[in-house]
Design a protein around this ligand. Sequence first.
Ligand code: CA
Length: 253
Amino acid sequence: MTEAWIKCEKSMTKPPRVLVVEDEGNIRDLVCLHLGHEGYQCDGVADGTVALARSEAERYDLLVLDVMLPGLDGVSLCRAVRNGRLNRDVPILMLTARREETDKVIGLESGADDYLTKPFGVRELVARARALLRRSRAAAETAAPAGSGDGETVRVHDIEIDVPRRRVRVRGLDVELTDQEFRLLHLLATHVGIVFSREALLSRIWRGDTFVTVRSVDTLVKRLRRRIEADAAEPRYLLTVWGVGYKLADLAS
Ligand code: CA
């Protein structure tokens, strides 16, 4: 057992549960073996359809998805999990064999939190998994910060954020957000009118992960607009401040 897990064991009663979806048996075994050494409890699955059924039946703390899968591909699986009930907030790490930027963008747009290009080193895999689990745990612990409205619900424009339950309603309708979308919305909604640079958002949302670029911020903003704006092409809430960054519109505007 590593020092990291011994530390986090104090705050968690159960080991983190990881669903590993990879049809290449040797890679699946390798991932499960090394995450197992971290103290994580891994379920290995080879088929995308089987993985979807599993994610609809059981709650996980982390999903590791290969892109190329039999049954259902990793990108479609990722979207389906995000639109599901049980694991829609789960951190998702995508494994991709290709290096093209478009694949990475597709991976992030589908709702993945991070991705790893094959071939990858086990140390990098473990570091990414650890970072994702740490972030989602930290997000859960800080989900009800002091000084944001009544600490329970943040209301701005037609947006209502139930912070402890991590639920969002826009114009009276429930919208489902990924962990990153929720964090971006919560940050902007508790700082209405304040402009955040893309670099500032990068460090606040991804917490210093050197792997992502400012383009990831733009992608995340586009995704959040599709969830909260009546017309994502003509945003009224999440505004671009040209040459500076993004802000949530002032209440008066
Ligand atoms: Ca594969």
